[in-house]
Design a protein around this ligand. Sequence first.
Ligand SMILES: [Zn+2]
Length: 391
Amino acid sequence: MSPAVSGYTQRRANRERVIAALRRQGAMTRAALANVGLSRSTIQNVIEELAEVGMVIEIGPYTASGLGRPPVLVGLRGSLGVTVGVEIANWTIRVAVCDLAQKLLLHTSAPGDDRADPVTTLTKASALIDEALARTGFRRDQVLGAGIALPGPIQRRTGLVGRACTLKPFVGVNCAKLAREVLRLPVLVDNDANLAAVAEVTWGVAKGCRDLAYVYSATGIGVGFVVNGNLYAGANGTAGEIGHTTIDENGLVCDCGGRGCLNTLANPDAIIRNLKQSHGAGLTIADVIALAHAGDAGCRRVLADAGRHIGVAAANMYNLLDPELIVIGGSLAPAGEILIDPLCESMARRAIHAGQALPPVIAGYLGEEAVVTGAAAAVLADADAFPLRPA
Ligand SMILES: [Zn+2]
């Protein structure tokens, strides 16, 4: 290779590193960009080159920097393209669109059908993507890729949806392969808890967090682990199935065939089941939480019990992985301290203390849009798999 060619290749590689960092972390100061492992002068040159071709713009002053003249944040131009998030949840399909500057342009939803075959569901999602893009003014050829969230584990080696998925027609299906055909876009597929964790790290309470356990409650309870800044899915994609950890060896039989799993004690169905005698049928988990906030003793009691059970599982999880932060997201998050205080008490009784405080446990900042926006953010963060499209 001639020196001129290798110089060109090096410059291109440097540009790609800076673009990848800005996609993953959003606008940054030039000094913070040093974490990509390039010298200050190289970063300065790369930013100048990218600014000349209109890919990078100055966003404004970084006001949290303290005394003196604040440094300037630089970021990617949002109009360079968009990523799409698709959440196929139980009975609901959501779509979100996010631009290259990490700006969420919109999120929208439509009813889904848990009994429908995957092609029908994905075709519906595709129509929802078209509608969303039309509203944001972007075309399909400006979409870098779509992140798809499913309520269950995705087997890493085979790409097949695992049997714990609560959307039964998707079990055993290679959703990525099918979605690429139906959506006509590059895709990634992951489970809902993992992608919601990405959203909280990108925009929410865990922004910038490197070691996070995100406890997500929907039909079941799952954990999205961020370890050393990256999602940790495990060898088979089943890491974080906390809902199927054993809390009561002699408890009720769970869907998975196990006995006394956390889901049988603390998922929304289990919580509501406890109130049938006292409050009658037909309550939703949102009703239970609203009643608890209004002072209903029975509803407060069942949420506290659920919190204690989750605390047992959280202590075991803490002892194994030592996260810096635990975030409670999904349908149980609005319960706030009614759930979290007993959870912390129960966790503290069981977790090892290496002389330091246990990690904070806090409710997620993002609401029902956490999963779908995280699906869009995961595509944005993966510059290798979803490169910028040529202008
Ligand atoms: Zn189970």
